[in-house]
Design a protein around this ligand. Structure first.
Ligand SMILES: [Zn+2]
Ligand SMILES: [Zn+2]
Length: 360
């Protein structure tokens, strides 16, 4: 792959020392480690090896990579590895893209209970799909599932949902043969299966959420403080038992590969990718960003910031990137701080319009 002409590492190497001096005392050890990793990634500082052809004596030096979770170079490679591994898992059968979404009232509870509620979302969505698929009335087979958690919706709101890639069939319950699902098994037009998915998901999730409350595993603050009381909590959940929980399933247009490619970009996203950098000169650093408040083509914008300003914000963005990476199943433990110009530019968010059509 061709190397981008400008990398975050170049900017850190060029302007990092001055920035660290200017911000001495305000930079955490974690931030310093990330900067150091990115600056030395794939340079002689980390060592390497020489590949030598014995026939023609052509040699090539490969330096080691830092493998830091915030390094654009390493995460670009990690995303490719993840994608290649998932693509290798794909079977020559049709696939479905299924999305389970938490209602807003539950998303509010999840906001202060991310570890517990995101875990429940992962587990109950998978249990719902496996249960329906194993039911002989439906498929009567065990299905494989790849799930990715997203926590932000397209309107800049906390909107936890799980994307799943599911094959249109599974292994028979006796493990002897492949069972192909009827055409449209997962599709919304099959009202029965969609209702079953949605209802079972609702029941399982609410049962487990109530159990988590009883076990004292949920915390409530501010306007939700009263929900610590078991009766108040049960009352809060009551309307949700009647509400429609959104589960949708589609045959992805570009096949499962397109969905995987989309998800891999999200799961391995870093604060700012090298591919977004345009220039670093006396005016500062110029990069591309998407303004999610704008529509269509107006979203794509270019911004130039003085290096000190940019790096200051990139420092805080690195902390946020760590907490955002819950798409891999890791838990978000940190709230985003005050929005800054760069923060809104590098906000980690989903954009369905790139690859997929969104939920109906
Ligand atoms: Zn690296
Ligand atoms: Zn999503």
């Amino acid at each position: 792959m061709s190397r981008p002409s400008l990398e975050v590492a170049d900017i850190f190497r060029g302007h990092g020392p001055a920035w660290r001096r200017a911000n001495a005392g305000h930079v955490s050890l974690g931030q310093l480690k990330v900067m150091s990793a990115i600056e030395s990634c794939r340079t002689a500082a980390l060592g390497g090896h020489v590949a030598l052809c014995e026939e023609c004596a052509y040699s090539q030096i490969s330096y080691n990579s830092c493998r830091n979770r915030h390094c654009p170079k390493c995460q670009g490679a990690a995303a490719k590895e993840w994608l290649a591994a998932r693509e290798a898992d794909l079977l020559p059968v049709p696939y479905y893209h299924v999305v389970f979404t938490l209602p807003a009232a539950v998303a509010d509870i999840a906001y202060h209970n991310k570890a517990v509620v995101y875990d429940l979302l992962f587990k109950t969505s998978a249990e719902t799909l496996s249960t329906i698929a194993a039911d002989p009335k439906h498929l009567g087979a065990r299905v494989g599932i790849t799930s990715v958690l997203h926590t932000w919706g397209s309107a800049m709101t906390h909107h936890p949902h799980v994307h799943m890639i599911v094959p249109g069939g599974g292994i028979s319950l006796d493990g002897e043969r492949w069972v192909t699902c009827r055409p449209g098994f997962f599709l919304p037009v099959r009202v029965l299966s969609r209702l079953s998915l949605s209802r079972l998901f609702r029941r399982l999730f609410l049962e487990k959420l109530l159990a988590a409350h009883e076990a004292g595993r949920l915390q409530f603050f501010g306007a939700h403080a009263a929900l610590a009381d078991p009766q108040a909590f049960a009352g809060h959940l009551a309307p949700l038992r009647q509400a429609k929980w959104v589960v949708y399933a589609k045959r992805p247009f570009g096949g499962p590969q397109a969905v995987l490619a989309y998800l891999s970009r999200y799961t391995h996203r870093v604060a700012i990718a090298n591919s977004r950098l345009i220039a670093c000169d006396r005016n500062g650093v110029t990069f591309r960003w998407k303004d999610y408040r704008a529509e269509g083509r107006d979203r794509r914008k270019v911004m130039t910031l003085a290096t000190v300003e940019l790096e200051h914000d990139m420092g805080s963005a690195l902390r946020r990137a760590r907490s955002v990476n819950c798409a891999t199943g890791r838990v978000w433990v940190q709230q985003p701080k005050q929005k800054s110009r760069v923060r809104s530019a590098i906000q980690t968010r989903e954009d369905f319009s790139d690859v997929l059509d969104g939920p109906p």
